[in-house]
Design a protein. Structure first.
Lengths: 295, 398
């Protein structure tokens, strides 16, 4: 008797803990399902449909959209240009973010203050920062005016704005903190006695950096690089505001396909290609980070 | 036990002189060094004349806090010196200054007669075994051990041979390809040791290297470390807070207290002839007898004995094992008294008794183990065992 009572109590306990777990996990799961999985599923279906000449969605299955993506030059060329822009943004933000993170982590005295200074721009609206570059780079902008004033140039430089250059510059400015943060976190996690041990074994600061600090910070570098690349790849505001015709990126095409062009199926197909690309990258970087962790 | 062949493999002091690039420099400064007068330190000096390491009135403060004050200390070739102290005594700071991770506020350090303290850590022929081992997590055990040799740009073949020998010495050959995260604490300890010794340093610094190990492994490592030090003949400076560990391993102990050297002497000397009350209490167990000396007789409560001290207040350390049960009638040369047993504590081979004398004085007495001590006992000690000690200042100096 006692035994059954006990096990009944145990079952009750188990039931409660199950209910509790369900109550806790249900809202986020529901959120993900309603706002992520369902829209993605719908979009996925769209990518196999087509648009009739009378601008109606034809609900019959076809691979035409994906075929167009490969065959129409402007689509895959823009995709490659976007990747090239994202790659440059990634490299520049790593070259800016790494030294900054290294300095902050290993040599700065007022760490917290400097860290905040890096983070504060993130609180400023993306749009404001993009517009700021517009006023700086324009032909009547701050930079051209200054250069003309000091007589370095006679006529305004017009490659500054409405060009891939402007997009890369702006995106680098915006996403450098995203590259900085994981690198900084990785550097902060390096036990300082490893640096001392390296010095103790005869390695100069330079050798210590390349043999100990840098290898141990690689997971942070990979995470930062992934952030900068993925976020830039999908960006559409910077190219819209500053890119001009030569600086158009793939997201701008998707936006127009879903808008004025009214070709949702093709837009969905392009979106899914990008999604696959990004997921593949995230997977790669994740598995790399796992392989490169030692604790 | 460490295998025997290690001395020739790692090279003792002799091998060091021929192996090192600074061999000539070392030799000529050695001669001049003998003429340098040695600053006075308490306790026994090592027999060899020229010290390997010489610390001269070194001081260190962090901001306004003085961490080390007027430290003068020498380490001889091949010596095992332990810096012993409680936490906060400055012992780790002293070690870090020798290694070069901290700089002294004043004073100087010489090695083989040359200034050491103005060199960066990577130019000092000193290696450190860190408290938490500090093995590089991204390198294998073999790469960790070979790190210093690779930095020194030794030929690949030589790096390999020496790494193999070093791993063999610490019996870790089987783990050469493992990453540090995959081996146990004791094994990491051995690798840290091999990584330091493979560079044939002139001086090895060890920062509480055994503190993370459990008691049994720790005792075993103490013995192994000591015999390894004898084999390789390299000077060891060993930092610990464990006085037993210091006693077992050291040639000499430097007892550090609140940033000052309390006493520097061999374990036997420091135990048998503690200079201060603090030393007597910190090293081993003792009874401190505070009394008055008058006309060559010390008097503490009802006890009195002859002493060489001048008249005035006197402080004496009397080890519990030096108080014995009186065999029969008190012999004339000994101080005899009677006491009541208050408590007893079993320590295995011995027993520690708390005995109250007639006048209320409570003494600790160590005797052979025996169950159920109680009642009154006749006790005696020899006046020579009541060692006069200086009172230690209790208050912090500012």
């Amino acid at each position: 008797m006692g035994r059954t009572l006990l096990s009944a109590a145990f079952d009750l306990d188990l039931m409660f803990s199950r209910a509790y777990r369900a109550a806790i996990t249900a809202p986020p799961l529901l959120w993900v399902a309603v706002f992520l999985l369902v829209p993605y599923a719908i979009l996925f279906c769209y990518s196999f449909w087509s648009v009739s000449p009378s601008q109606e969605i034809v609900h019959s299955w076809t691979l035409d959209n994906y075929r167009q993506l490969l065959q129409v030059n402007v689509y895959w060329q823009t995709l490659f240009r976007s990747m090239w822009i994202a790659a440059r943004v990634m490299i520049f933000s790593l070259f800016l973010g790494y030294p900054l993170a290294y300095f902050l982590s290993f040599h700065a005295r007022r760490k917290e203050l400097l860290y905040q200074l890096v983070i504060i721009p993130l609180w400023v609206s993306y749009l404001v920062r993009a517009y700021a570059w517009k006023t700086i780079l324009g032909s009547d902008g701050v930079l051209n005016t200054l250069l003309q004033y000091v007589h370095l140039i006679r006529h305004p430089l017009d490659f500054l704005l409405y060009s891939p250059f402007a997009v890369v510059l702006t995106l680098t400015h915006i996403y450098t903190p995203f590259a900085f943060l994981p690198i900084y976190a990785a550097l902060e996690h390096i036990p300082r006695n490893l640096v001392e041990a390296s010095h103790d074994l005869g390695a100069s600061p330079f050798q210590t950096f390349w043999r100990v600090i840098f290898p141990l910070s690689i997971p942070g570098v990979v995470a930062g690089a992934t952030f900068a690349f993925v976020l830039s790849l999908g960006d559409f505001l910077a190219p819209l505001l500053l890119g001009g015709p030569s600086g158009i990126m793939i997201s701008n095409i998707v936006v127009s396909l879903f808008g004025a062009a009214y070709n949702w199926p093709l837009g969905a197909a392009i979106s899914f290609c990008m999604l696959a690309l990004v997921l593949g990258l995230l997977f790669l970087s994740e598995s790399f980070e796992k392989k490169w962790s030692f604790r | 036990m460490w295998p025997r062949a290690t001395r020739s493999q790692l090279g003792g002091p002799d091998a060091l002189r021929t192996a090192g690039g600074d061999a000539g420099a070392t030799k000529c400064v050695k001669d001049t060094l003998a003429t340098i007068s040695e600053p006075a330190t308490t306790g026994a000096e090592p027999s060899s004349a020229a010290p390997l390491l010489e610390i001269r009135s070194l001081a260190k403060s962090f901001g306004k806090t003085a961490v080390l004050r007027d430290i003068s200390l020498q380490v001889a070739e091949g010596e095992f010196l332990t810096i012993l102290g409680e936490s906060g005594s400055g012992k780790t700071t002293l070690l870090r200054i020798i290694a070069g991770f901290e700089s002294a506020t004043s004073g100087e350090i010489l090695m083989g007669g040359e200034r050491l303290d103005n060199l960066p850590p990577y130019r000092r022929r000193v290696n450190t075994v860190f408290q938490h081992y500090a093995l590089f997590p991204h390198l294998t055990v073999a790469e960790n051990v070979g790190y210093g040799l690779k930095i020194a740009r030794l030929p690949k073949q030589e790096v390999m041979t020496r790494v193999e020998q070093a791993l063999d010495m610490v019996k870790m050959t089987a783990y050469a390809a493992s990453k540090p995260a995959k081996i146990s604490g004791g094994q990491q300890q051995r690798i840290a040791l091999a990584r330091a010794l493979v560079n044939r340093p002139r001086l090895l610094l060890l920062d509480e290297p055994l503190s993370a190990l459990d008691a049994n492994l720790r005792r075993q490592m103490q013995v192994e470390l000591k015999s390894l030090q004898r084999e390789v003949g390299i000077s060891f400076v060993f930092v610990t807070h464990d006085q037993e560990e210091a006693m077992v391993m050291s040639d000499r102990i430097a007892l550090l207290r609140m940033g000052e050297l309390e006493q520097v002497a061999s374990p036997r000397e420091i135990y048998n002839r503690p200079a201060t009350a603090y030393t007597a209490q910190f090293i081993g167990h003792t009874n401190l007898l505070s009394g008055e000396v008058k006309d060559g007789v010390a008097r503490c409560c009802d006890l009195s004995w002859r002493t060489g001290l001048r008249d005035g207040p006197g402080l004496f350390s009397l080890r519990p094992e030096n108080i014995r049960l009186a065999a029969g009638a008190g012999s004339g040369s000994k101080v005899s008294f009677r006491g009541t047993i208050l408590r007893q504590a079993f320590h295995g081979a011995t027993e520690l008794l708390q005995v109250q004398c007639t006048d209320g004085l409570v003494l600790s007495i160590r005797t052979a183990s025996q169950e159920n001590w109680n009642g009154d006992v006749d006790l005696e000690f020899s006046p020579a065992d009541a060692v006069p000690v200086r009172a230690s200042e209790i208050e912090e100096r500012t």
